[in-house]
Ligand binder design. Structure first.
Ligand code: SAH
Length: 454
């Protein structure tokens, strides 16, 4: 097999990034946009020792699970990977993936995985988007989405999984910067001002936030832009974020308020949260409520427990748990998120929560060694890379009755659960996948471990 070969293959499986996988003489080919069940004509793009990549040229016989995707850009844009697969099948594949990772990476023979909790209406679910600005080949200013794995902008303001307001806001900004001759940022030269527009919406409150990421410290005619943005119903927060570095990281560290609050407020399950531009907040509020309710159920609180929540962000899960616990301690590494978390506790009149700023793998061992802290329940919700081993070791030494692991990556979840269950003192009792990211390959999970009585 060599590059540019045109081949016919039957797609049999789905890869981690939602790509189709088919085999030729036992040699796997990864084909973006091809679905299990397709008979496809593909062109080889890259050949490796034990596998190859190919591009989908034509679907010769469509998989029975194919459906008409809502978004015309679904193949070009890097945002969604499996919009052409029926939603029912998406959920089946995600459940299968979680199970396979727990078996293959976690070493669990028969992991207790429930069917995925899906959405009734799996569109327009995202409360946040970050749109890059740049120029197309003709030199016109564009905004939209990055194509998969590149920084090429696929122009588009109307996203099938985003909020409808995105379009109005982005068109207003495009019109404004053209009128005033404001240049978009150019990654190759490092020149130009406007890098990204971060848009967030509180689904329960209708509040809208716009934060423009700029390669500078001020924005021309910013008051006029604020006037126009604030004509949009729901707009309550407009700010600038300074990012003058040549980096892929979207947001810089400094936020300059322009008009309204520097945060928006949202509510999940009766708890109110204020969210700053720099703080992490789950992107799918409808599913987040199901996720947090599951975490609360798995924590099994009866009223007096001491609970530690590591990687707590703006305190969302901590505040959810606080109502049923004796005392909750949260740990989070982003200073603005900890500020939000403390303010959110006040906002809800919750007094039995303390938030610590720092790395979970440093704060927890330190508090354990120095202050001899204890825990009945430990909840973790780490980023994709999972928990640090120093953190896992301390958790085991603290001997909580239950551990609740919330995870956005089944592979690192499986790796960490294997460590936590290694010596047999903890048992994996249930895993509930929740579909936070319909039409993408992502899947979130809540796992419960309990301590065996020996
Ligand atoms: N539980 C929260 C946040 C989960 S996202 C929610 O549901 O909204 C993971 C969070 O972990 C982010 O807020 C991130 O800033 C934080 N984080 C990343 N590395 C960390 C570390 N080493 N120690 C503590 N927090 C960390």
């Amino acid at each position: 097999m060599k590059k540019n070969d045109l081949l016919q293959i039957k797609i049999e499986a789905m890869g981690n990034a939602g790509e189709g996988i088919g085999k030729i003489d036992g040699y796997p080919l990864f084909v973006k946009d091809a679905l299990p069940g397709d008979l496809a004509e593909v062109r080889v793009t890259k050949v490796k020792k034990t596998y190859a990549f190919a591009r989908l040229e034509r679907v010769l016989e469509a998989s029975p699970d194919r459906t008409e995707p809502r978004c015309p850009l679904h193949r070009r844009c890097g945002g969604c990977q499996i919009q052409a697969l029926s939603y029912e099948k998406q959920l089946e594949y995600k459940e299968q993936k979680v199970r396979e990772d727990l078996i293959r990476i976690g070493g669990f023979a028969d992991p207790p995985v429930f069917p995925v909790l899906g959405m009734d209406e799996p569109y327009h679910y995202r409360n946040k988007a970050q749109f890059p600005f740049g120029r197309n080949r003709e030199g016109r200013i564009v905004t939209g989405f990055y194509a998969g794995r590149t920084h090429m902008i696929v122009p588009g303001t109307d996203c099938a999984i985003g909020v409808p307001e995105n379009k109005q806001i982005l068109e207003l900004i495009l019109d404004f910067i053209e009128k005033h001759g404001i240049a978009p940022y150019d990654e190759t030269t490092g020149k130009g001002l406007l890098r990204h527009a971060l848009i967030r919406k509180g689904f329960a409150t209708g509040e809208l936030m716009v934060c423009l990421v700029i390669n500078g410290r001020s924005f021309p005619h910013v008051e006029e832009l604020a006037d126009r943005l604030f004509e949009i119903p729901g707009m309550t927060s407009f700010s600038l974020n300074v990012n003058q570095k040549n980096t892929n990281v979207i947001l810089g560290e400094e936020v300059i308020p322009v008009r309204g609050q520097t945060y928006i407020t949202d509510r999940i399950g009766g708890v109110s949260y204020q969210i700053s531009p720099l703080s992490f907040y789950q992107v799918n509020p409808v599913q987040t409520e199901k996720l947090y309710r599951t975490a609360l159920e798995y924590a099994g609180l009866t009223g007096g427990e001491t609970v530690w929540e590591l990687y707590c962000g703006i305190g969302t899960i901590s505040l959810f748990l606080a109502r049923g616990a004796g005392q909750v301690y949260g740990v989070e590494v982003v200073p603005q998120a900890v500020e939000d978390a403390r303010r959110n506790a006040d906002l809800n009149g919750i007094t039995n929560v303390v938030f610590y700023l720092g790395k979970a793998e440093e704060v927890l061992p330190e508090k354990y060694e120095k202050d001899g802290i204890r825990a009945d329940v430990i909840v973790v919700d780490p980023p994709r890379k999972g928990c640090d081993s120093a953190c896992l070791e301390t958790m085991l030494r603290m001997e909580p009755e239950r551990i609740v692991y919330v995870s956005c990556d089944p592979a690192t979840l499986a790796r960490d659960l294997k460590i936590l269950c290694a010596d047999g003192r903890y048992e994996l009792s249930k895993v509930q996948p929740v579909d936070m990211f319909p039409h993408t390959a992502g899947i979130e999970n809540v796992a419960q471990l309990f301590r065996r009585k020996i």
